[in-house]
Design a protein around this ligand. Structure first.
Ligand SMILES: *Cc1c(COP(=O)(O)O)cnc(C)c1O
Length: 430
């Protein structure tokens, strides 16, 4: 038997029909060039990570769990040096005490802003969880309550920067410009490092002492460029997304200019203490190993996204990005236009999961969302969207946000299963 026939038999046992399998094979033929590029990028990123480990002489003693104040926690300090080297920053704060991406961004904001300062977002509204941090939605303890104001300039109709309005929005008060690269959960495009550079240059020409902060969530290791080489002063992200490689059980990072990282550390622990305290408990080894795995894990997630894009475009649905478009984050959107198809897709992802595969996801109300949301994920680390997952707000135009996959084989199976669910429901017609 040929390799393909053997595979086909395996998949059939797992509920993938010949029809779904053949659609998948057809897509694979078309995406070979994209896969080659992803593998080449992963190779470069792997070497980048490896050489940072070697440069800072990571040794087994770095993995020793510490407790209490954590004075002189060598593993913690060296991991931060490894991050700084990897992402081309002067300094880094990488801690299990930073719970999530939102917490890392909050820490960077509060550490670096003072009453009277203003934040500018020149790329439209930031990620939903930041609404209450900034005070876009009133909340106790928001930046707004500390007299730190916020301005936003939306993108132009075609998705480009509104330079005229950005120029007008910058005043004496503007202290920090936040640039979210990833689309998050809206349907705009994701920004490349080149675009970050263009924007950062424009802004610094008008006011040179602003801090350019890049929300780098979902973008790490997707390409080989780093925003800190492209005009960013600090980058911020979550360790249960790309750089945690699926292994880090918690954490956030802030990398960039020494002064700004130090300010954030003063906020995270205490003024005067900063990076000197904070034990790494027993999780530091997974943070190291996760970073080491991250380039290939991200590559797997990207392959899954491209595979899904090719299949569903072929089936007549609107996808973004298209399989052959450049990618800057791991998110794939597929617009189904009807609620039932969204549910079938999410059921496929859930049924493919290593954890909770027997659960059937259903739309439900979520705090902070105006419409119901359906979420599919069966993950080792709760909420980790570097693992195979999909979610969708149940409203027009019924778009699914698909991301993650620790291995390409798993992502592939998950997508074939979504296709099978749609075929069974007669919702695709090739
Ligand atoms: C996920 C995400 C965040 C928030 O990170 P959490 O870890 O979920 O708190 C912020 N910005 C973007 C673009 C994200 O994708």
């Amino acid at each position: 038997m040929y390799m393909n026939d053997i595979n086909k038999e395996f998949y059939k046992k797992l509920g993938i029909s010949d029809k779904a399998y053949d659609i998948g094979q057809r897509a694979l033929e078309r995406i070979k060039d994209q896969f080659a590029l992803i593998d080449a990028n992963a190779e470069i990123n792997q070497m980048k990570v490896l050489s940072a480990f070697q440069k800072h002489r990571v040794s087994e003693s770095c993995f020793m769990p510490t407790s209490g104040y954590g004075y002189g926690d060598v593993g913690r300090d060296i991991l931060e040096e490894v991050y700084a080297t990897c992402f081309h920053g002067e300094s880094a704060l990488v801690r299990p005490q930073m719970i999530s991406g939102t917490h890392a961004i909050t820490t960077a904001f509060f550490g670096n802003l003072r009453p009277g300062d203003e934040i500018l977002s020149p790329v439209g509204k930031p990620y939903d969880t930041l609404d209450k941090v900034i005070g876009i939605v009133p909340a106790s303890g928001s930046l707004a309550e500390f007299d730190i104001t916020y301005k936003q300039v939306d993108l132009l109709e075609d998705g480009s920067f509104d330079y005229e309005k950005i120029k007008n929005a910058i005043t004496e008060k503007t202290r920090l410009v936040t640039i979210q690269r990833s689309k998050g959960y809206v349907t705009r495009k994701t920004f490349s490092c080149e675009e970050v550079r263009e924007l950062a240059r424009f802004i610094k020409d008008i006011k040179s002492d602003v801090i350019i902060m890049v929300d780098n969530c979902y973008c790490e290791f997707v390409g080989v460029e780093e925003p800190l080489d492209y005009g960013a002063d600090i980058i911020v992200g979550s360790l249960i997304k790309n750089p945690g490689g699926g292994l880090s059980p918690i954490g956030g990072y802030i990398v960039g200019k020494e002064e700004y990282v130090e300010n954030a550390a003063y906020r995270l622990s205490s003024p005067g203490l900063g990076k000197e305290v904070g034990s790494s408990l027993g999780v530091i080894k997974s943070m190291y190993q996760g970073l080491f795995m991250a380039p290939t894990v991200v590559a797997s997630a990207l392959k899954g996204a491209i595979f899904a894009s090719a299949i569903y475009e072929d089936e007549g649905f609107k996808v973004a990005p298209k399989f052959d478009e450049p990618r800057y984050d791991i998110i794939q959107t597929i617009t189904f236009g009807e609620p039932a198809a969204v549910c079938r897709f999410c059921e496929g992802i859930q049924a493919a999961a290593p954890i909770d595969s027997f659960v059937r996801p259903e739309p439900s109300d979520m705090p902070g969302y105006i419409s119901q949301v359906i979420m599919a994920a069966g993950t080792f680390v709760s909420g980790a969207s570097i693992e195979l997952s999909a979610d969708a707000p149940m409203r027009e135009p019924y778009t699914v946000f698909y991301q993650g996959g620790l291995t390409w084989a798993h992502a592939k199976f998950g997508i074939l299963l979504t296709l099978q669910k749609l075929i069974d429901a007669s919702m695709v017609d090739t």
